[in-house]
Ligand binder design. Sequence first.
Ligand code: ADP
Ligand code: MG
Ligand code: MG
Ligand code: MG
Ligand code: MG
Ligand code: MG
Length: 693
Amino acid sequence: MGLLALGTALEWEDAKKQAGLVREWGIRQLLEIWNKAKTKERDALLWGDEVEYLVVVYDENDKKVVVSLRQADILKALANDTELTSQGGGVPDLQHTTGADHKTPLPVFHPEFGRFMLEATPGAPWGIGFKELLDVEPDMKLRRAIAKDHMLPTEHPITLTTFPRLGSPGVFTDPYYPVSGPKLRSQFVPDEIANPHIRFPTLAANIRSRRGRKVQVNVPVFRDENTPWPWKDPTVNYDLHNWPEDDDVRNGAAPDNFIHMDAMAFGMGSCCLQITFQAKNITEGRQMYDQLSPLGPILLALTAATPIYKGFLADTDVRWNQISRAVDDRTPEEMGEKPLKNDRWRIPKSRYASNSTYISTDHRLRPEYLDPDLVVDEDIKAKLLQGGMDDRLATHFAHLFIRDPLVIFAEDLEELDLNKTDHFENIQSTNWQHMRFKPPPADNSIGWRVEFRPMEIQITDFENAAFAVFIVLVTRAILSFDLNFYIPIAKVDENMETAHARDAVLQNKFHFRKHLFPAVRAPRSAGPSGANTPVPSRPATPVGPVEDEYRLMSINEIINGTEYARSAASQTKDTLDKPEDEEENDFPGLIPIVEAYLDSMNIDVNTRCELATYLDLIRKRASGELWTAARWIRHFVATHPEYKRDSVVGEEIAHDLVGAVIKVGEREQKGCGFGGLGLEGLDKLLDGFRGGC
Ligand code: ADP
Ligand code: MG
Ligand code: MG
Ligand code: MG
Ligand code: MG
Ligand code: MG
């Protein structure tokens, strides 16, 4: 997110009174841009990724590792680097790209919520070319190198999702600050943990004020052999009396067997990998939004990388629910804990949650897929309909607009400016669903975009590039083959929960649509190894019960296809002739579909080969041949001599884990293999990808 201009941020009591006005103006701005952009056509199929880093202070010989709070200084150093900014890189406001003849601009760096974080994007979005897909990994490596160059020698940008000992007793930041500040009122992290720009502490404080208590980020602890049971989080202090919120833990905020955290930083302080696509027009954008939505939980489980919180092993593998809880501003009435009196409705989910509805105009979107109890602001919806928006899209925005704006600047309330989208973005950008439908900016200079947000950041840029490329190729296959991934939105929610389980990628099953291809015959084509790659066809079937359209599948089946689909039987028989039970088992898998898509395009051998290494990583993750980062981190902790099988990730273990991750990163920068690092299990994470020196 870009830095907003400074202004007077309203505290919650004042902000609350202006919420209705901000919503009303936001809707008018939305209608303005929608009217301007709804007929926009032929925008290019651009896309871009976002990589988030933790900045750590690491010294091999000091058995302690902490996060660096120098985000602002690092960004300043990047901004002041004229060599960087003159080539289109640096920070957003200072990019000086020099037009058409310019080669690829250098990467751009952005602030993030955590003052120990950094975000980097390519200097310009990627285009449609296949060769460009091969530029992503070098660009990611370049970003990491540039970031490192603007840090102190002891500072390192690393891509772990969470800092293992954030909020643990003792010192975990540099510089050190005592805990329990007025904004967060956390008993574990200081206010200085958040980006000091007024927007961020206000966001955290207003979430807490609106909620009427601190956020409760409770994550089940992993029960190991020596973990006392029932387990009580030993870091919780029940005797603090600095703030009214110190009562929270005395009122049951920290239940047994859960790691208890109490501040936005525990969620928004985690790193992810996001991909934004530009669609050719609004219709295609709506289609992409819907079709990518059911893939969210699958990619969350495949990228699982978050097994540690606050110095303890968790019993979950991903960050999602923790972020959800870390920004959950719902009141007790909205959460259904008290009867509705002052609030307008009960709201089943946090404003950070999986998607709530589908938005496409696709005739294949059956009403049964939608949530019959979706909460919408009916007045807002009526205004959108009156403004000419169709019911489905109006419903989506009227759902986002059930939320209050959290950070309001007094200066922005002087008059409504229809040449801006600030009030619309205020609500839109604090609805953190796993997809985001992004309308063009006020100047209508770019197209309708869709953001894919569930993936966890990976330790190496090779992996980050692999997942970015994979989801780009899946999106191209969706558009090219007109694939249909629809399942009821409630099942996507359920899958999102399932994705949290330890090793869900191998142990759990997910609801997934059985038939992805439209009911027309598509040609079969030869795969890369000469084997037949199935592009199944099927007859137009009468519409049956929705429940018959999907079934539970393992991620291996979803990604690599069912055993039946890979077998000879499936290759020789036409789908139309198959008995029903065989057809049921004939799920082609996303990788074979992507391969079929690549087959249908004209791609040079070299590019195809390089892309294959990315697809191999995804394939092997799904089959279990390779490990997720979560699994590797658990293995690292379990085999560390200091680990006592009591779920505690102590300072030395955290230090060595971060050290290992830094070493892997340095090897990757040098373009060397990962052998000889003495890191057990690393071959299970990376399989020697990208060769040796
Ligand atoms: P946010 O933080 O709001 O999601 P960012 O500005 O950090 O957005 O950028 C998101 C990504 O979108 C970046 O990778 C950027 O390169 C990419 N991007 C920018 N413009 C376009 C565009 N017109 N089409 C597709 N992607 C774009
Ligand atoms: Mg961003
Ligand atoms: Mg952002
Ligand atoms: Mg970000
Ligand atoms: Mg740019
Ligand atoms: Mg983003």
